[in-house]
Design a protein around this ligand. Structure first.
Ligand SMILES: [Zn+2]
Length: 222
């Protein structure tokens, strides 16, 4: 029975790997981290060049890079909108999580200048049901910034621990500074073998932002 289930799981993974052009990196035994390059809305123009530059070298465990779950590239609904769960992208997303059973998930997004004030709105939790995103560094230019967030509503019950689900937002026309921050964060994720270690390393680098993120996440998850 167990062998059957394993074979079944392996077949499903192989199927997804081909369909989604997934790249896998494996080191020793350890946790699995899934990094999703696009949830919706052609954000790939910003996120794929970044993933190209990213060399995942896990010291332990696995890194699974999923370029997109929006295969047709035509899902325009925000992940915080309950309607996202009715899209084909969400269905693909669910099968990725079911197949790989990650301990850590990272979602990459790209925003435009118009969306910035909504994403960082201090009253976002009351208005949209999710906390505001927090810039890692208070850069004067928003093109220099990378925003940190937790899980979207559909994932919040499964990923309650801070650091187990990270939403990263980068400007569509990001600068070199922003690129460096994003790659630093991804490197911390692939080199740490627990959500706690990720949070510790991020806190060392961005103490103010991570303190705020932790408070917001607590309010959101309680
Ligand atoms: Zn997005």
């Amino acid at each position: 029975m167990l062998t059957h289930r394993l074979e079944d799981l392996n077949r499903k993974r192989e199927n997804l790997r081909g369909k989604l052009k997934i790249k896998e990196y494996h080191a020793d035994e350890g946790i699995t981290r899934v990094i999703i390059g696009e949830m919706h809305n052609r954000e790939r123009h910003a996120t794929w060049p970044l993933l190209e530059k990213f060399k995942p070298e896990p010291l332990e465990g696995s890194v699974i890079i999923v370029p997109t779950v929006d295969l047709a590239g035509n899902v325009y609904i925000s992940v915080v909108n309950p309607k996202y769960m009715k899209t084909p992208a969400y269905k693909v997303y669910r099968s990725v999580l079911e197949c790989y059973k990650p301990t850590i998930v990272v979602e990459l997004h790209a925003f435009n200048s118009k969306a910035y004030s909504n994403l960082t709105d201090p009253n976002r939790l009351e208005k949209r049901g999710v906390p505001p995103l927090i810039p890692y560094k208070q850069e004067p230019l928003i093109e220099d910034q990378v925003l940190h967030g937790g899980p979207p509503p559909f994932a919040k019950n499964k990923f309650k621990e801070h650091g187990s689900y990270i939403t990263l937002e980068i400007h569509k026309n990001y600068t070199e500074k922003a690129e460096k921050t994003l790659l630093d964060v991804l490197n911390i994720v692939v080199k740490s073998n627990s959500p706690q270690k990720i949070v510790n390393k991020l806190t060392e680098k961005y103490p103010e932002s991570m303190k705020k993120a932790k408070e917001l996440l607590y309010k959101y998850l309680k």
